[in-house]
Design a protein around this ligand. Structure first.
Ligand code: ADP
Ligand code: MG
Length: 399
């Protein structure tokens, strides 16, 4: 239904969208997930023919948006980031105006009524848009996108600035619309995309960083073959590290072992990476039994989609090939921000690695960790500022 081929947008020297390609099948709800400034709005503006692309092509149901914009646009309902509302009009007058603008042929009265019903704005049809709350305005924006019943809906951050109840309402509505329309929805909020979308494209710095269902994306990057162990050795000194890590390294299927921090007195953690095919947990258990060592903890380091999103979007040195699986060599590094919000865990001792595949870079990456709470807090602050600003202008609503 929608095909995007090597789409690029430059603003002067700045590349806002860099050579992105994807397809959206009929009936799909695609989530466009990315932090502020990632290039979501720019992409959506190109998809809808709102702005032209620097290079690349957009096909809507086979029609090039720039070659035959009239035909292509007839298939699209667009809710831009800032809804194009004429605030001095009543809702009714505005929707009727949009009906004319879109040269809609559906029976006017019945169609507008249907749309108002769907968007739950029936009770404000006679009111001036400027007197509506942000939530109602957003629904009016959605209603104008639905006029003429377009097969494709493109919604740019439709829930920004709404309160939690309004967000749930809009999400429910979008899900409902997804049954009859192909929908692309953008957001910088992961749970929102997860709640609504069949498929997710993570966009970062103008590039597609991941594409697939939440499960697929998580599976592609998740390090199922990695685990952390805490083992109590015989001497309770640093000598244990070498002994234990060396023994684990010798097990079949183990690719490398890194002795980590002293987490309890005289007891160390070990990061173990396997070849991805062998489940080495039993062998490790057997080894420890035989040697008389105690396993105090075994943790598989699976990544959630949230971890992945944070890694992609917070990370300076992120290599997107890791996600698409095009390169085998991981190169994730999460850096501590200036404000210290991203925290690297402090090493008590120099880490020791056992295995041929580790480079300094890898080691550095492994040692750093992100505190989810803290990064989530950061995102919230950004949101908070945004909605505070928006609330200011939409004060005086009736909700
Ligand atoms: P998002 O919607 O994901 O927050 P945008 O598509 O709005 O991101 O912006 C992507 C990048 O392009 C940002 O760095 C933004 O500053 C830049 N940008 C967007 N619009 C313009 C413009 N009209 N002129 C110059 N730069 C722009
Ligand atoms: Mg945007």
């Amino acid at each position: 239904m929608i095909e995007v081929r090597n789409l690029t947008k430059k603003y002067g020297d700045k590349v806002a969208v860099n050579n992105i390609s994807f397809k959206v099948e009929k009936g799909e709800i695609l989530g466009f997930l990315g932090p502020n400034g990632a290039g979501k709005s720019t992409t959506m503006n190109m998809l809808t023919g709102y702005i032209s692309s620097t290079a690349g092509q957009v096909l809507i149901d086979g029609t090039d948006i720039l070659e035959d914009p009239k035909k292509a646009k007839a298939n699209i309902g667009y809710l831009p980031e800032i809804p194009p509302l004429y605030i001095d009009m009543t809702v009714d007058a505005y929707l009727s105006f949009m009906y004319d603008l879109k040269k809609c042929k559906l029976p006017r009265k019945a169609h507008i009524k249907d749309v108002c019903n769907l968007c739950k704005i029936e009770d404000v049809r006679g009111r001036l848009i400027k007197n509506l709350s942000k939530g109602y305005r957003q629904r009016v924006g959605l209603a104008q996108a639905l006029i003429n019943n377009p097969p494709v809906l493109i919604l740019d951050e439709p829930t920004v600035g709404l309160d939690p109840n309004q967000i749930i309402e809009i999400r429910t509505l979008i899900k409902k619309l997804g049954k009859r329309h192909t929908v692309i929805l953008s957001s910088h909020i992961l749970p929102e995309i997860q709640a609504v979308c069949d498929r997710i494209i993570i966009i970062n710095r103008g590039e597609v960083a991941a594409d697939g269902t939440a499960d697929e994306i998580a599976k592609n990057i998740t390090n199922k073959h990695k685990m952390t162990l805490r083992i109590e050795g015989p001497t309770h000194t640093a000598d244990d590290k070498k002994l234990i890590a060396g023994a684990i390294r010798n097990l079949a299927g183990v690719k490398y072992v890194r002795a980590d921090m002293e987490r309890e007195k005289g007891i160390y953690d070990y990061d173990v990476e396997t070849d991805g095919k062998t489940d080495v947990r039993r062998a490790i258990n057997k080894l420890c039994n035989e040697k008389g060592w105690n396993i105090l903890m075994l943790q598989l380091s699976d990544l959630t989609l949230e971890d992945i999103f944070l890694k992609i979007t917070m990370d300076e040195g992120f290599d997107r090939n890791e996600i698409s699986g095009r390169k085998s060599k991981p190169k994730i590094s999460i850096k501590a921000g200036e404000n210290g919000k991203l925290r690297a865990e402090q090493e008590a001792d120099e880490p020791e690695t056992f295995g041929e595949d580790m480079t300094d870079e890898d080691t550095a990456a492994e040692e750093e960790a992100v505190s989810e709470e803290e990064t989530a807090g950061e995102a919230e602050t950004a949101d908070g500022e945004e909605s505070a600003a928006e609330n200011e202008e939409s004060n005086g609503g009736e909700e």
